[in-house]
Design a protein around this ligand. Sequence first.
Ligand code: GYE
Length: 328
Amino acid sequence: MKKKMLAGAALLSAMALAFTGCAGNTSPGASGEPGDGGDVIKVGFAQTGSESGWRSANTESMKEAFSKENGFDLVFNAADNKQEAQIAAVRSFINQGVDAIVIAPITVDGWDDVLKEAQDAQIPVILEDRTVSASEDLYASWVGLDFEQEGRTAGEWVKENFDGKGANLVILEGTTGSSAALDRATGFGEAIKGTDINVLDSQTGDFTRDGGKKVMEGYLQKYGKDIDVLFAHNDDMGLGALDAIKAAGLTPGKDIQIVTIDAVKDGMTALANGEFNFIVECNPLLGEKAAELVKDVLAGKTVEKKTIVEDQSFTQEQAKEVLDSRPY
Ligand code: GYE
């Protein structure tokens, strides 16, 4: 089992071996039986849940990269956007004696204890997608996106199109306390600072279509036709808001202009159709890099602490051009 190779700290290696021995009896692929691949890497992946199109594409990318063919035995858990459930999943991976743990952390805070537990058990942790506030020493590496830059790009578009017009803006925020929502809000806020754009309201829609629809219904009841522009932290909330806007007798993309983040298929379709006005991409295809990091860390190689994947952005015209060739 890989953990034997991993046990870097000589002092702890005896403990680690005892622990590994225990776990080895129950974990498939680690029993050493012929045919089960003694070299198979057992990875526990704690996914946030299945809140959005981005998340589905990310899960697919991870499952593809951590496949049997690639030498992995993947234990997958989706936490339904609940931090306690996600932490419990990580604890269960530790108890199962997996070789490595990958986490897409729902919230930025609250990870210190369980990351310390993984470290004590000598199980390396790779983060993907969102970041945590815990010390960098508690995880091996992170691969994700520059959420602050995504927010800034969205804000710059709003500034370019609405500054000087006294425009009214509403915001649909992502999951409260997630690095994706926090950093996008920071970048966006910075970009529109000093403009005459008036932020009427900003509430969470939890990155879901339902959430986006409900919050937008509330905004429309409260502010009605005063709303000129909507910034949604992801496509799905923007897509939910489309229903609310149409039900209120308004035309999305015209009466209310919409800027979102992600650029998943449904979002790009809405952009190409003229219902959205601008999308900042957030690339969900992080599986290959995450799998490479796991293999390198287990092989004792030095890896980058941070890997940032680049994003683009799309206007309606650009969306029409690329729609058919988008992989997700
Ligand atoms: O933008 C959203 C998803 O953390 C980047 O989470 C991710 C975000 C993504 O639910 O659609």
